[in-house]
Design a binder for this molecule. Structure first.
Ligand code: FES
Length: 104
């Protein structure tokens, strides 16, 4: 169990299904993703060549597709599902009173 704090990063209406948006917590750059109504947060850093993942397509099966060279990562655990790329760190997400909170 992490001791990291929860951070308010967005209103829930700002992240619609199938989309991914950049969010910042201090010096950390994360990407917030909505896969069919379930929210996920990952480090905003593709482990192929380091490009940001925000704007990447989100599939109904919980995959983010990097907008640069189309590497695919599982949103739940950050593992690569195409290519042998390193796992991307993931962060817990919850919604309270219409606000999206990330533990980081
Ligand atoms: S930088 Fe993401 S697939 Fe190449």
């Amino acid at each position: 169990m992490s001791d990291a704090a929860w951070h308010d990063v967005a209103a829930d209406w700002q992240i619609s299904a199938g989309n991914s948006i950049p969010v910042r917590i201090g010096e950390q750059e994360l990407v917030l993703c909505n896969a069919s109504g379930t929210l996920h947060a990952l480090k905003n850093h593709c482990t192929h060549m380091g490009a940001p993942l925000d704007g990447g397509r989100i599939t109904d099966t919980g995959i983010i597709v990097c907008p640069f060279h189309k590497a695919r990562f599982n949103l739940v655990d950050g593992t690569a599902v195409s290519g042998k790329y390193e796992t991307i760190p993931t962060y817990p997400v919850k919604v309270e009173n219409g606000r999206v909170l990330i533990q980081a």
